[in-house]
Design a protein around this ligand. Structure first.
Ligand SMILES: *Cc1c(COP(=O)(O)O)cnc(C)c1O
Length: 428
């Protein structure tokens, strides 16, 4: 069956034909590609067309598809049993591995998705501080827990409005949504509500509005305000963790802000290497509020699944090897520099940025600093570019507010072919 036929068939039995909305290509139009198989940097669709993949399952596939060490670990684990509902040594091994790379966390709990991890971190922050209010930022995505599906209210004294039907306003009444990188707004919010704020959650490099860095003064001020008011600073590193650097985005900020560390961290994507696995961690004092030790309840039938942990461990062992992130960062930078040069050659305003194996580009002359300016970039041009690229075998994220990912399997020749395709797309 072709992509078209598969999409039609899927739409009869699955809402929109997809199990996660962005896959439906609604933002860019057209038929989503049904993927049949993948290897290294490439995907093949139902029409047997090959694509260079810059989505990487939205982040996890940092080694590329089908890395032999990962496949072998998964196969071996599967043969030993798919799930036990009892503790395994591998869970401890993975926790040890993560904690060794993330010094801000003393303990970690494994869950199945980034949504679950962020939701659980939030409950833990509220339980630990015995406060209700939370601060998030417009354009940051922390999964689809009710309290986090919120858009900005009309002012700082008003709390958010649900962004989804099915979320009663009273469920989000404690969620304050502020503008990313806006220091005075955060100061004002703490001035008004400081004693009631349980936690501030953010994507330190926001990848759910393409690619927007938290500025150093912004992150530094968040750290100060949280400390001053007894709120927890939670870094959602589901996307950036083990992707922008081995120690996540927090390791980059720790280099720029002396003594910097978040209080809580949320991980997912790369730590599962393509299997359903995520985690949240903090100091021992905070984590010991969780059941069975403390009063904050959290649980999961498949949490710490033996096959998922094998996949995550094998992935982390590869990316820990010397020079991995230097090589990945250089390759990603080659792509971004190529895109900038191609756009300049075509006289098209384009800005782009990258860190480690994560990148973003905007049809706007300057890099946006918040959601408003991301959304002001040229959407029609993005959509035309997306279609020209996918038609020439380059698979980019099908929406302008998504980050892109390069894997270790991408060769310089893949990058150069991508830049050449971009050059032609931008000239058209
Ligand atoms: C992907 C993502 C999530 C949600 O993770 P899922 O596994 O899709 O539930 C949460 N936070 C961030 C920053 C993400 O990028």
């Amino acid at each position: 069956m072709s992509n078209e036929q598969l999409f039609e068939r899927a739409q009869r039995v699955i809402p929109g034909g997809v199990n996660s909305p962005v896959r439906a290509f609604r933002a860019v139009g057209g038929t989503p590609r049904f993927i049949r198989r993948a290897e290294g940097a490439y995907l093949w669709d139902a029409d047997e067309r090959r694509y260079i993949d810059y989505v990487g399952s939205w982040g996890p596939m940092i080694l590329g598809h089908g890395h032999p060490a990962v496949v072998e670990a998964v196969q071996r684990a599967a043969a030993q049993g798919l799930s036990f509902g009892a503790p395994t040594e591998r869970e401890t091994e993975l926790a040890e591995e993560i904690l060794a790379l993330v010094p801000s966390c003393e303990q970690i709990r494994l869950v199945n998705s980034g949504t679950e991890a962020a939701m659980s971190a939030l409950r833990l922050a509220r339980g630990f501080t015995q406060r209700a209010k939370i601060v998030k930022f417009e354009g940051c995505y922390h999964g689809h827990a009710d309290a986090l599906l919120v858009k900005a209210g009309s002012g700082l004294a008003t709390f958010g409005h649900p962004t989804s039907a099915g979320v009663p306003p009273e469920v989000v009444q404690h969620t304050l949504v502020l503008e990313y990188n806006n220091v005075p707004q955060v100061e004002e919010a703490f001035g008004l509500h400081g004693r009631e704020i349980a936690c501030v959650m953010l994507e330190p490099i926001a990848g759910n509005m393409n690619f927007v860095r938290g500025s150093v003064p912004f992150v530094k001020r968040l750290r100060e305000l949280c400390t001053e008011h007894g709120a927890l600073l939670a870094f959602d590193e589901v996307m950036t963790g083990f992707r922008v650097a081995l120690g996540g985005a927090q390791s980059l900020y720790a280099e720029l802000i002396p003594g910097f560390a978040p209080d809580m961290s949320v991980f997912g994507k790369v730590i599962g290497g393509g299997m359903p696995l995520a985690a949240f961690g903090a100091s021992r004092q905070v984590m010991q509020q969780l059941a069975p030790l403390g009063p904050v309840y959290q649980a999961g039938t498949l949490s710490g699944n033996p096959v998922a942990t094998a996949c995550g461990l094998a992935t982390l062992r590869e990316i820990r090897k010397a020079g991995f992130f230097e090589a990945l960062g250089t390759k990603t930078r080659r792509l971004v520099d190529g895109l900038i040069a191609a756009a300049r050659g075509a006289g098209v305003p384009l800005s782009a940025d990258s860190e480690g194996g994560m990148f973003g580009f905007f049809f706007a002359p300057d890099l946006p600093q918040n959601y408003g300016s991301v959304m002001a970039s040229d959407k029609d041009r993005f959509n035309r570019f997306f279609h020209a690229m996918i038609d020439s075998g380059i698979y980019l994220a099908p929406a302008l507010y998504e980050a892109g990912f390069v894997s270790a399997a991408h060769s310089d020749a893949d990058i150069d072919a991508t830049v050449e395709a971009a050059r032609q797309a931008l000239r058209a």
